[in-house]
Design a protein around this ligand. Structure first.
Ligand SMILES: C[S@@+](CC[C@H](N)C(=O)[O-])C[C@H]1O[C@@H](n2cnc3c(N)ncnc32)[C@H](O)[C@@H]1O
Length: 295
């Protein structure tokens, strides 16, 4: 593992200002001092933005919980801030807070952050930087590659802690792509192995709802959807394929760095999986769960 951290990047002034350290692996920037498996760089920002629009389209909206004029909303692991910005526009009277290890990169050509949005740097594995009962709605999407497997119960309790009694917590997680054929299964196996060596289990998606239920959420609603991956799934299928291969490419340096598969072998299996896609019926699952903090 030590070799993975050989080249530390001092980062830009803005990055240093956040106190966050990065390291580079196979040309991709990663967050140091956290188990997070995916890169944290411009390429990943593009994938996350793209994925946000794909999910909003596939899920027909940005949330599922029955919100009623929330005064405050927290987005945990807020990434590029896209979701929070859109919620800020949708609920202009609501105070929206995003929290993440890494502050969102300012978008020089994009709109300014909405006036009712703020960012607070935080590490959900170490406790959120907010008092008890602070938010009417707490949302966390796609942190499966960020949360150590044994920390899930504590993370669920932490999200509930900062939620107001009667408020809602919503989680969206994913699982590995399924029915993609043998090459895709090989990639999934390598990515799972690399993640587990960083204490993260990417197969926990279907179990996340139970962590929240065990931590005390009531009136829980769960839903699973499977997006088609590949041309047979039309435009959504093409979007899901771009997202899947974006993740697969993003984890390659880690898989190679850990000696699980060398970069050349990884590339050839990735190309085989891409070529195979339309011969199989590959799907990408998402698991949505929401519930209420008891009054
Ligand atoms: C896959 S991205 C999802 C981003 C966003 N929720 C979305 O759906 O677009 C995961 C995010 O979690 C953040 N993250 C990773 N580890 C974290 C931690 N321990 N605490 C807070 N955020 C973390 C990463 O920096 C990244 O922005």
């Amino acid at each position: 593992m030590a070799t993975l951290f050989r080249r530390r990047d001092r980062g830009t002034a803005a990055e240093r200002g956040t106190g966050r350290r990065f390291f580079w692996l196979g040309g991709r920037r990663h967050v140091a001092d956290a188990p997070y498996v995916l890169p944290s760089d411009d390429q990943e920002i593009n994938r996350l933005d793209f994925q946000h629009y794909m999910l909003r389209y596939a899920l027909r909206g940005n949330y599922a919980a029955p919100l009623n004029h929330p005064a405050t909303i927290l987005d945990v692991g807020s990434g590029t801030g896209r979701w929070a910005y859109e919620m800020a526009a949708l609920f202009p009277e609501t105070r929206i807070v995003g929290t993440d290890l890494v502050a969102p990169k300012p978008d020089a050509s994009g709109p300014l952050p909405p006036p009712n949005y703020t960012f607070a740097q935080g590490n959900v594995l170490e406790g959120l930087p907010f008092p008890d009962d602070s938010f009417d709605f707490v949302h966390m999407r796609l942190l499966l590659f960020a949360i150590s497997a044994d920390k899930w119960p504590a993370v669920a309790r932490e999200l509930i802690r900062v939620t107001r009694p009667g408020g809602w917590v919503e989680s969206i997680e994913t699982g590995p792509q399924q029915h993609g054929g043998p090459a895709m299964d090989t990639l999934v196996g390598w990515i799972t192995e690399a993640s587990r060596r960083r204490s993260v289990d990417p197969l926990l998606g279907p179990h996340v709802a139970s962590f929240f239920a065990n931590a005390g959420l009531t009136s829980m609603v769960t839903r699973a959807i499977s997006l088609p991956v590949g041309r047979a799934g039309g435009r959504l299928g093409n979007m899901a394929a771009a997202d899947v291969f974006g993740v697969v490419a993003g984890v390659k340096p880690l898989v190679a760095g850990l000696g699980i598969a060398d970069a050349q072998t990884y590339d050839s299996v990735l190309e085989a999986a891409r070529a195979d896609l339309d011969r199989h019926h590959c799907t990408l699952p998402f698991y949505i769960a929401y519930g209420q903090k008891p009054r």
